[in-house]
Design a protein around this ligand. Structure first.
Ligand code: GDP
Length: 575
């Protein structure tokens, strides 16, 4: 008996798999997934049911209410933007090449296609945009600049090798980005291939395959022979349908640079992917600190195009400089405005560079932190060391602050780690290494991005430092010590100065540098600090009990006779 997959039936019927799956629930076949197989009879039943349901004449055909339009999902389905991640040599490049060869139409000018950093494949008449710089470096470089370009991540795992260090790293990057993932189990043609081992490794990472009752889509394939590649493409379309990836050609422009270069003939080139809206020739744009009026747009086949709509990659010609990957493209009224904004930005960047001394310690950096979450990238020399360090960090606690290990891996601290950490700039990212080195590029990037990096040879020091950083997020702990009390006898309002309280010191002492709390009829009415302390007309540092003095409170002129002023000192307790 032959078997058919649900998505194949959907294709035969010419409907999205998502729609068919919804119909199957009505048919009393819940729990089926797009990759599930059904028997011939079941397939026929499904076809018949679906045709009836579609037929307008059938009175029993249930009509589903239209889902309410979500404000973020305006427009129509657009090509999903896909990035390919995974361990080195697991076949990312081979897979991207295989898809390009089979599904990208030849370009103009004799079929010479240029790599622009992205291409569009066409599958069953629908386009899929692939970012063809493989690896999570590019993926995260964009996120680090606050731009999320990818809709779906393909995680490539070689079936003969299984999950490796960079697979784990890629998983952390994908999870941090929160994008749906499809696992491509590659090299199935190789004699040593073991799909089951990959499945069980991935299950440990929280990716359970559909055939084991989970929800992660996994496709066994061979990028080299092409076996299974079409199924992967089907799955991309399916996940895109499930996710509801929409764009509005008339909507606000949302576009970002994924690659850029300087061409000796054509000047600065930037490959841009449009997520929403439409980018057109002659548009005035600002990209970071560069600007221009678009002189020409080229597609991934080297041909000139008048416009690039949602989900489309295009090369932009006509910018004043080479923009940085990850930078957003903004459209403005005209070239004058574009230039003004870009110039303002480059001035601001120069000033910022001059002014900024990168914070070097966790403590220094954390003083400016806005959040109560510490995210840590942890690297260690071996799996054993990593587990030990992870365990130590797991033991750290501080009420009201969270510690999240964004990524833990074996090996030196690299640029990728810095990119991953700096993508979480609005949290509090730290990178710590246990018995590992920081590579030179990573150190430079960390400095530029203000991400603190520390390495340790002793695990205790690592845990203590991170623990300190964690507690520091709560702000310094303060200890107040009451040192004296004064009673307000009279007040004097002095022009241009404010109100001075003539006081008698009842106990302890009043110090010029002290803080005050003011009580009226037993109730606290103000807390602040002393602006000036005088004995007669002289400024003094302190006045002891039994004497009289004039106290002016900073920024408060409401002190009244009969008030009690409590004087105290505040110390920061070091954590
Ligand atoms: P990347 O580093 O992930 O981009 O990996 P590549 O695409 O460069 O592939 C690394 C090596 O694996 C190359 O020699 C490829 O020919 C080989 N390779 C890639 N995919 C397959 C496959 O499906 N089967 C086999 N047998 N070899 C493959």
């Amino acid at each position: 008996m032959t078997k058919k997959r649900v998505y194949e039936i959907a294709r035969d019927l010419g409907v999205p798999s998502k729609e068919l799956l919804e119909a199957l629930v009505e048919l009393g076949m819940p729990g089926l997934r797009a990759v599930s197989t059904v028997t011939d009879e079941e397939a026929e039943l499904i076809r018949a049911f679906f045709r009836d349901r579609q037929a307008p004449a059938a009175p029993e055909a249930p009509r589903r209410p239209e889902p309410p339009p979500s404000p973020k999902r305006e427009g129509t389905p657009r090509p999903p933007i896909v990035a390919v991640l995974g361990h080195i040599d697991h076949g990312k490049t081979t897979l991207l090449d295989a898809i390009r060869k089979a599904h990208v139409a030849e370009g103009e000018a004799g079929g010479i296609t240029q790599s622009i950093g992205a291409y569009q494949a066409v599958v069953h008449g629908r386009a899929i945009t692939f970012i063809d710089t493989p690896g999570h470096r590019a993926f995260t470089a964009m996120r680090a600049r606050g731009a999320q370009v990818t809709d779906i991540a393909i995680l490539v795992v070689a079936a003969d090798d299984g999950v490796m260090a960079q697979t784990l790293e890629a998983v952390d990057h994908i999870k941090a980005a929160g994008v749906p993932v499809i696992v491509a189990i590659n090299k199935m043609d190789k004699p040593g291939a073991s799909k089951d081992r990959v499945l069980s490794d991935l299950a440990k990472l929280g990716y359970t395959p559909e055939e084991w009752g989970g929800s992660t889509v996994m496709v066994p394939l061979s990028a080299l022979t092409g076996q299974g590649v079409d199924e992967l493409l089907e799955m991309i379309l399916l996940v895109a349908d499930m996710e509801g990836i929409y764009g509005d050609p008339e909507g606000d422009l949302e576009a970002m640079v994924i690659e850029s270069s300087l061409d000796s003939g054509r000047g600065p080139l930037a490959t841009v992917i449009v997520r929403n809206g439409t980018l057109r020739e002659r548009d005035a744009i600002v990209v970071g600190a560069t600007w221009g009026r678009i002189r020409a747009l080229h597609d991934h086949r080297g041909g000139r195009i008048p416009a690039a709509g949602p989900g489309t990659p295009a090369v932009v010609l006509g910018l004043s400089g080479v923009p940085v990957a990850g930078e957003k493209v903004e459209r403005v009224e005209g070239p004058n405005e574009a230039r003004r904004i870009a110039e303002e930005r480059s001035r601001a960047t120069v000033d910022e560079r001059r002014a900024a001394r990168p914070p070097r310690t966790f403590e220094e950096l954390i003083q400016v932190a806005q959040t109560k979450q510490l995210v840590v990238v942890l690297k260690a020399a071996s799996v054993g060391a990593l587990e030990a360090a992870r365990h130590e960090l797991g033991n750290l606690k501080a009420d009201g602050v969270e510690l999240e290990i964004l990524h833990a891996g074996v090996g030196p601290i690299t640029e990728t780690d810095v990119l991953l950490a700096s993508a979480e700039q609005d949290m509090q990212p730290l990178i710590v290494g246990f018995a590992v080195k920081v590579d030179g590029k990573a150190a430079r990037l960390a400095e530029q991005r203000n991400v603190p990096v520390r390495t340790y040879d002793i695990i205790y020091d690592l845990a203590q430092d991170v623990g300190r950083a964690l507690r520091r997020l709560l702000g310094p702990e303060l200890r107040e010590t009451k040192i004296g009390e004064a009673e307000v006898l009279k007040t004097f309002d002095i022009d241009g100065v404010g109100r001075v309280a003539g006081c008698s010191v009842r106990s302890g002492r009043v110090v010029r540098s002290g803080k005050v709390k003011v009580y009226r009829d037993g109730e606290g009415v103000f807390a602040g600090e002393i602006a000036s302390l005088k004995r007669f007309t002289d400024d003094v540092r302190e006045v002891l009990a039994g004497r009289e003095c004039g106290i002016r409170i900073r920024d408060w002129n409401d002190v009244q006779p009969g008030d009690t002023i409590e004087i105290y000192t505040v110390e920061e307790i070091s954590v």
